[in-house]
Design a protein around this ligand. Structure first.
Ligand code: SF4
Length: 352
């Protein structure tokens, strides 16, 4: 058997797990901090180079762990400056991540599953079905692999879990990845700069809340009535809008924080004046800001974006009702890198 088959990928190891390991090995626990500093702050990928550790500890670490990052298979550049990465995982599965620059931030949109099982009717990822969950190492590995090739001024500052998959449908590995991202010993990213998007898995939202991570949540709502949401997002049959809204009202938030409500606007489906009125009613009392995202059409989709006038009217109504409502243009639309369009094209085209 290959040594890699019996050693574990270090990028999936939490501080607690390493502490337990060191305690078994009768190694002082402060050494955990030293190892994490080498790996996450000095980007060291060889235990033998960790010169403040004893030779025997370095050998023990090398026998038990290896370092593996997703391999970048391709980069597709968008006219808006975004880059869509196709990444190959250790078993040959592929996922996509999108790096999106703006003046104030560089955001990476990460994947959490190969495909997705939630079958939202406007989403290209859904057409893959769920192939498998990513593990913690594969989730943070997207960030580490991409950041390693970016210039200093392009380094990732913000992370959104909005790529392939429903993050809360893969809760354990996602929480493991988030803990490593926000840990001062590991990736040192502020909780304010990380957002997890969910289609509204209410039971998992409650479990996520119990993890006390203080991570921003974005809720993909996309409809103002249950019949329409059932059609767009079948998960609504299990957790209808009233249940989801109640969960949001109960969800504890840190001061100054709000939930993000994502609302993809689809012409003639969810963009009427009545929709805006119902949306405002649902969100009364929910600390939130609303992102209105005109749909970016793709060939096989039955949906189209609304006119600019319709989008503005929808937004104006919400603003008149004292909501913070923003029109968000999808990024990387020319390279199918927008929300709900990540489907690892090489795989999609191979199976079509
Ligand atoms: S929109 Fe999100 S939750 Fe829905 S099918 Fe696509 S990836 Fe899954």
């Amino acid at each position: 058997m290959n040594r890699l088959d019996i050693s574990r990928n270090f990028f999936g190891i939490s501080e607690l797990e390493l502490q337990e390991k060191f305690s078994d090995w009768k190694v002082e626990t402060y050494r955990v901090h030293q190892v994490f500093t080498w790996v996450y702050h000095y980007h060291c990928r060889d235990f033998n180079e960790m010169t403040n550790l004893s030779k025997s500890l370095r050998s023990q670490l090398a026998e038990n762990f290896h370092f593996a990052l997703p391999q970048i298979q391709s980069r597709t550049h968008s006219k808006d400056g975004s880059i869509k990465y196709l990444l190959e995982l250790e078993d040959g599965a592929v996922v996509e991540s999108v790096w999106m620059p703006s003046e104030s931030r560089k955001t990476l949109c990460l994947s959490t599953q190969v495909g997705c099982r939630l079958n939202c009717s406007f989403c290209l990822t859904a057409s893959l079905g769920l192939k498998r969950n990513l593990n913690t190492a594969e989730i943070i590995g997207q960030h580490l692999a991409i950041n390693a090739e970016l210039k200093e001024e392009d380094q990732i500052t913000n992370i959104v879990f909005m790529g392939m998959g429903e993050p809360l449908d893969n809760l354990g590995p996602v929480v493991g990845a988030l803990r490593l991202m926000i840990s001062p010993q590991a990736m040192k990213i502020s909780t304010r700069k990380v957002t997890v998007s969910t289609s509204g898995l209410v039971d998992k939202m409650k479990a996520f809340q119990n993890e006390n991570l203080s991570i921003n949540l974005a809720i993909s709502l996309n409809a103002s009535d249950n019949a329409t949401r059932d059609r767009l997002m079948p998960i609504n049959k299990k957790y209808p809008i009233e249940v989801l809204i109640e969960c949001l009202k109960q969800y504890p938030l840190k001061p100054q924080r709000r939930h993000t409500i994502e609302y993809v606007l689809l012409a003639g489906i969810n963009d009427s004046d009545e929709d805006a009125q119902r949306l405002a009613k649902w969100l009364k009392g929910v600390p939130s800001k609303i992102n209105l995202i005109p749909f970016n059409s793709f060939d096989s989709s039955e949906y189209r974006p609304p006119s600019k006038e319709r989008v503005l009217k929808f937004q104006n109504y919400l603003i008149e009702q004292n909501f913070s409502a923003f029109i968000r243009q999808n990024r990387a639309t020319d390279i199918l890198g927008a929300c709900g369009q990540l489907a690892a094209q090489s795989e999609a085209s191979a199976t079509s």
